[in-house]
Design a protein around this ligand. Structure first.
Ligand SMILES: Nc1ncnc2c1ncn2[C@@H]1O[C@H](COP(=O)(O)OP(=O)(O)OP(=O)(O)O)[C@@H](O)[C@H]1O
Ligand SMILES: [Mg+2]
Length: 366
């Protein structure tokens, strides 16, 4: 804005002022030629905005018309026009060295023309040095402005990029959360559906399972609440439980589904004396996911074996199935969200399990 004011308003005014002064002081070589050259110079300044692609040619016309204008006006005041023109070029070319070179070339032209109409003496020679130093100072000041402006723009761009990244991250997380919610609600829903189907088709008495069904419904409710409270810190209920109790609960939740798919859950190596500080419901969620995967991996009837044992001071929980297994090349992918080989899978099961386990480990490290 300020620079446009300088090039499109101040500069033409200055040219008119030089024309006026040159005529008044009777310095001009040829009034008509001087006015014509001044007009060409100003027109080319405006043309540059209209044809930015022809910058080089227009710049050449600007320089040439200025030199001739200076020569016909025979006024040293043209120096300011050279300096304003130089500052304009500096915004278009890159690099301090190029700027200094251009400044020196313009001042050299100016000096040659000035010497053509002024006597050469000590004053005139010292003025040359002063002119070169002025051009150097202008180049450095403009370069400083350009650098500051560039740094400011970079900072603003970085801020914008950061904001965009944050938005993208939020959207990604939101997508994952929505998928996760659907996934985690699907597990208890299938369990409840299994019970209801059994009850409807075989008149199976589900009364003994009422408590289990109610607790599953409240688990779904809890999950929904937790997802909705996503922005607030996730308060987990860490208490010390016997892992055996947790596994018993998992088995009671998954057994009917396994049986209806023709599989059997075998839990022999139990160890009631192994305790772990954990969020009970979340641990149940982990094992239900693992057992669901085991059930889905077996095409034929097969066993799902659960073992709980101690190795040194660590509790080991082992869940194995007789299914297709996982190819070694795919092992590193199974914890990635949305990785699935199933047509109806979300691929979130194991990634959620991993997150829960990491959270427990984090909690233990505190
Ligand atoms: N017990 C297993 N046997 C063979 N492959 C498995 C087993 N457990 C996991 N996988 C492989 O890991 C992939 C990812 O499992 P994950 O539980 O994360 O998602 P999913 O089971 O495909 O989908 P969803 O959990 O929504 O049903 C599965 O698609 C499967 O290829
Ligand atoms: Mg799964």
């Amino acid at each position: 804005m300020f620079f446009r004011l300088m090039y499109h308003v101040v500069l033409p005014i200055y040219v008119v002022f030089v024309i006026f002064s040159s005529i008044t002081l009777d310095k001009s070589q040829n009034n008509f030629l001087m006015i014509l050259l001044g007009s060409i110079f100003i027109t080319s300044i405006y043309l540059e905005r209209v044809y930015p692609r022809s910058f080089i040619y227009i710049a050449a016309i600007e320089i040439l018309s200025l030199l001739l204008f200076h020569f016909t006006s025979q006024l040293n005041w043209c120096f300011s026009i050279y300096i304003i023109l130089l500052s304009k070029f500096l915004f278009q070319i890159k690099g301090v060295l190029k700027g200094i070179f251009l400044g020196f070339v313009l001042i050299a032209f100016y000096t040659v023309i000035r010497i053509s109409y002024t006597p050469i003496n000590a004053y005139s020679l010292l003025a040359v040095v002063s002119d070169f130093l002025t051009s150097l100072a202008v180049v450095l000041i403009i370069q400083y402005i350009i650098e500051t402006e560039r740094a400011k723009n970079l900072l603003e761009e970085e801020k914008k990029r950061e904001e965009l990244r944050y938005q993208e991250e939020k959207m990604k997380l939101l997508g994952e959360m929505a998928g996760g919610l659907a996934h985690e609600i699907r597990n208890p829903l299938t369990i409840i559906q299994g019970f209801l189907k059994h009850s409807k088709e075989y008149n199976y008495n589900i009364k003994p399972w009422y408590d289990l069904i109610i607790s599953e419904v409240s688990r779904m409710n809890k999950l929904t609440v937790e997802f909705l409270q996503f922005s607030k810190p996730n308060v987990s209920l860490y208490q010390t439980f016997a892992i055996h109790e947790c596994l018993k609960r998992v088995i009671s939740l998954t057994e009917s589904k396994a049986r209806s798919s023709g599989h059997q859950i075998i839990y022999t190596d139990s160890n009631p004396d192994l305790f772990l500080p954990m969020d009970f419901d979340k641990m149940v969620q982990v094992f239900v996911n693992l057992i669901n995967n085991a059930i889905q991996s077996m095409v034929k009837d097969g066993d799902i074996t659960i073992r709980l044992f101690k190795v040194e001071n660590k509790a080991v929980i082992e869940i194995s199935d007789m299914g297709v297994g996982i190819e070694e090349a795919n092992l590193e992918k199974i914890f990635s969200p949305f990785y699935t080989t199933k047509s109806d899978g979300t691929g979130l099961g194991l990634s959620i399990c991993q997150k829960i386990i990491f959270k427990i480990m984090e909690e233990r490290l505190r």
